[in-house]
Ligand binder design. Sequence first.
Ligand code: GLA
Length: 373
Amino acid sequence: MVAQTPPMGWNSWNFFAGRVTDKDIRASADQIVSTGMKDAGYIYVNIDDTWEGKRDENGLLHTNEKFPDMKALADYVHSKGLKIGIYSGPGNKTCGGYPASLGHEEQDAKMYADWGIDYLKYDLCSFIPDVMQKQAPGDKVAQMKLMIAAYEKMGNALKATGRPIVFSLCQYGWDAVWEWAPALGGNLWRTTGDIDPHWDRIYAILSQQDGLAKYAGPGHWNDPDMLEVGNGRLSLAENRSHFSMWAMLAAPLLAGNDLPDMKPEIKAILTNPDVIAIDQDKLGKQGTRAYSDGEVEVWTRNLAGGALAVAVLAAGDSRYSTHPFHLDLAKLGLHGPQEGKDLWTGKPITLTEHMPIEIGSHDILLVRIGAPK
Ligand code: GLA
């Protein structure tokens, strides 16, 4: 059984995009081990788009010159005690314009299994013009049926290989994917369009997760897209908030930064064991927004053993947006002082009714309460 907790690992796209090579994947695998990320739970090393070469006369897809030997690469990643992921899509072409799996689903799935692949991200992209718009022009309902059938086809092909392979659906949340993905073997599904390393985009994605919590659970997760922690010009506060909120959402934690060049403060965020424990909590219950007050949002997540995570996020731009902000414990269903741990300072904290909390713009207070009253 794969993905009993949200998958953790690293994916090449957010930092390398189309430049990624075999060498980068090996270096990233090395870094995952040497930085302690593997010990922190990051296991999947996922190659995103642009590894694909050409199909030969037997329909067999070859790698391009950036990836001379995929089996050898998979063996290398496995030799580090890690797992390896790959990328394709149901259309003729991937989003980057490389060959995808249309008409070759079983063949490709078998090839992945022969290579030792452990994870497949399957990205809709050219299936929209290639099949949906061509076969059912103007008929949205019929188009969605074609899309679901295409994902089912690859789900079955992966199953038929007999190898446990995490199946990641990437179709940007169309047609309430959370309702049908688990039944066809989906372990995670993107809920939105692409992330980028800007707070506005990260916050927009967070805001679109409302109402989806009930669809997540062991083996099947909402995917608000891969992490941008350490990328672009995100401030430390923004990196912390992004990581904390993805943990509150029980999101897959797929780092996407340049691992060989990771700054210590970024490593400290990505490997914070207490925050990872929220994400990986065995109960598998996704957090929800309890309430908002001005630009401050308060989220809670129920954890195994009756514990509770509380996140107070200053989502807005003003330095101290709601000043002073007073916590309303009753709105969280809590009564009286709650003793917990501040997961970013590591210190004990007691949440009390109406306590004033000052948080800088885009920063967060993340607290784990052991046994709430
Ligand atoms: C889409 C996906 C991204 C990435 C690119 C690769 O945009 O949503 O995550 O995989 O394709 O081309």
